[in-house]
Write a protein that binds this ligand. Sequence first.
Ligand code: HXC
Length: 512
Amino acid sequence: MIDNRKAYKEFVARKEKLKEQYSGDYSERQHKKGKLTARERIEILLDEGSFHEIDAFVKSAGGKGDKYGDGVITGYGTVNGRQVMLFAQDFNIMGGSLGYVHAQKIQKVQGMALKMGHPIIGLIDSGGARIQEGVASLAGYAGIFHHNVKASGIIPQISVILGPAAGGAVYSPALTDFRFMVKSTSHMFVTGPSVVKEVLNEDVSFEELGGAQVHASKSGVADFIYNDEEHCLLGVKKLLSYLPSNHLEHAPKKKQNVEDPSFQEKISYILPEDPSKPYDMNDIVNCIVDHGSYFEVGENFAGNIITGFGRLDGATIGIIANQPKIMAGTLDISASRKAARFVRFCDAFNIPVLVLEDVPGFIPGTNQEHDAIILHGAKLLYAFAEATVPKITVIIRKAYGGAYIVMNSKNMGGDFNFAWPTAEVAVMGPDGAIKILNHKELQAAEDPEALKKELVAKYKDEIANPFIAEEKGFIDEVIEPEKTREVLIGAFNLLKHKTEQSLPRKHGNIPL
Ligand code: HXC
């Protein structure tokens, strides 16, 4: 006969032992570093009481095998009522380093998330490959990366860096869709400051090498940065609210105080009278989307292009917009990379795309050419042309040359191209065009400035306006700025059941 009482007693004793592991000075060690513990992080991220841990009693394959969990907590729960899978590395156990068992636990939740179609969130706080386990820990990373790639485009994968992400620890986040970091406490680097010193004799701090600010503004590795862990984790919850759980679903609708009528009036006054003057494209975005729903992605990187999520009549859209406030909204390598990746995410997860265009062209220069703007710019072309989700462009002001083509123009597959009456659509701006077309007359003119003025006005009247493009069908409709929201809601509604099939192939060959 099975002695149930004995089994139950053992069950309780094991639970107690596990609890003990996470008591005493456990929390203090992390708090002293300005960090939360893995369990505290999970509590903030998930709906209260929804966390179910799995593999809590798994033990290390080597090293300090007396601890449960092998330095990572894994399981599932809900965020705003929707299921997610997660893993949270525990820096208190061998520095959150990744041994083989630790890796097996992560791969188990990765596999479950993929099979069941739930987003997966990784809370990273790790010294990288566990040195004492040798090649087994490297193999562990390889398995995680393989799962990351298999899940890419099927479930949203989010990485939250909440401490060190050293060595191998950086590449799983790099393969996921979004990366969050916290100022001062998170650091990501392939090789740390001591190796940099040894190899290059260069003195660099953790913060200078791979801090949140650096990755948010210089490398573009971090999509979101926050001042503290709590706000960072709340940011993850917010992002999830815009996303579907997997590639077969649509993002949940959220209709709440969607419209502020004063914005429809305000939108007409945002553009300056002088077309060479900058303005903040964010103001236009805020007037179009549901009130308060705009959530920018990659705010600190390549500010000349804006990417972000918003809602139109409750439904998620992805927004890509030139920012005339920074570098006059020109496209460069960083902007092309940033926008291309965002378009591909939206396309993979059934998120319709809205483009707001005001772009004088690609930025010229040897640096850009030598660093392959040709290939990077082509990424954005590829991403728009490949995307089969509803795609709408509104030309606000400038739409010149290659940049016009790139920003989801009609013949690149844009479903609708609208334009404001202020749009300037042409091969190039008036100044450049006149220099090429009228240089002889300008040289011979008694008053070249007066002639230039006259020629610019003629060029705008006859070539650089939206009406010629409208007459030729490249613009579907020139619209009043204050009608933009209404027109877009209607057009996206019309496109709701859009289907577009491509010929079967293994995969395309995006210019990486
Ligand atoms: C085993 C590790 C470890 C590791 C840290 N620890 N990293 N154990 N393997 N990779 C242990 C420490 O020995 C220590 O154990 C505990 O974790 C806390 O570490 P500290 O150094 O005391 O903490 P801190 O001062 O906060 O520094 C954190 C750190 C530093 C910056 C992450 O530990 C560090 O530089 N670690 C090595 C980082 C690194 O080079 N990783 C790359 C591995 S190679 P005790 O017992 O003293 O508490 C790699 C290649 C894979 O990942 C490539 C795949 C593409």
